[in-house]
Design a protein around this ligand. Structure first.
Ligand code: OOG
Ligand code: MG
Length: 264
């Protein structure tokens, strides 16, 4: 009992440390340097506690994200396992503009997002359950900005740092979940007019809907679930690209229009 409490205080301390760097956009050492035996379950608890800190300051949990759901992403960061993170209101970009102030080394990645109209929970969730609970599907961009030096981390580090979550942009146009075959959607990402990444929806666990299924299962192992109204990012379709002040990013979602992001 006492041991458990000591451990909890420690996780809370690490969460406050990470929250500080997230809030201030400052780099930090990998937490696994100081805590080499940190377990991934502890890392998820640190993540939850760090977002509690933000919520205590008036922020609000409005969604969840999956990360490292494509081979391209797993290879690029050297972590070969899907992870999840939490999205809060303060992360949403209300205009297609990204201010570099307060960011370290941001990267942009194209994603397909789901918005839920029903709760989803349990180990036995199916693809059918997810479709029945989906209000709409929206092309989106995520801006990730790992707080770790050189964007370098282990599985435990990145989970504790809320899967590098920083900002996100949803397209203005939402689509019925039955609008198209989401796994067939081709995506091209341009930086200042130059094609820098391309991919297809199937890169995300064969179909982005499967990412939501996996998320519900992972959450249910920790006694958590998805709530109606939440926005769910299913994971990057391509590798993320570094962005710099002055960049103009355009992402063409085949049949679904273009998302632009100006970096200032
Ligand atoms: C981890 C976050 C991954 C995705 O969509 O794969 C992620 C990272 O690459 O820093 O958000
Ligand atoms: Mg992502």
């Amino acid at each position: 009992m006492q041991f458990k409490e000591v451990r909890r205080v420690n996780l809370q301390q690490i969460a406050k440390h990470i929250d500080f760097h997230q809030q201030n956009g400052t780099e930090m050492d990998k937490i696994t340097i100081e805590y080499p035996s940190l377990h991934v379950d502890d890392a998820y608890e640190i993540q939850r506690l760090s977002i509690e800190e933000a919520i205590a300051r008036g922020d609000e949990l409005i969604g969840m994200k999956m990360g490292l759901t494509s081979v391209a992403k797993q290879k690029s960061v050297g972590v070969e396992e899907a992870i999840y993170g939490r999205l809060t209101r303060s992360m949403e970009l209300m205009e297609p503009t990204l201010g570099m102030k307060g960011l370290i080394h941001p990267r942009v990645e194209p994603e397909i997002a789901f918005v839920l109209k029903k709760d989803l929970e349990g180990e036995n969730v199916t693809v059918r359950d997810v479709w029945a609970a989906t209000e709409c599907v929206i092309p989106a961009l995520e801006v990730i900005d790992s707080r770790y030096k050189n964007f370098s981390f282990t599985l435990e580090d990145v989970v504790a740092d809320n899967a590098s979550s920083t900002k996100f942009l949803l397209g203005y146009q939402a689509y019925s979940p039955y609008h198209t075959q989401w796994d067939q959607i081709k995506v091209e990402m341009f930086r200042n007019g130059e094609l820098v990444q391309e991919g297809v929806g199937a890169a995300v666990l064969d179909h982005p809907v499967r990412s939501v299924v996996e998320l519900v299962k992972m959450l249910s192992r920790r006694g958590e679930s998805l709530k109606a109204g939440m926005v769910i990012f299913t994971g990057a379709i391509t590798e993320a690209i570094n962005v710099y002040e002055g960049d103009q990013i355009e992402v063409k979602f085949d049949q679904l229009g273009i998302l632009s992001l100006k970096v200032e």
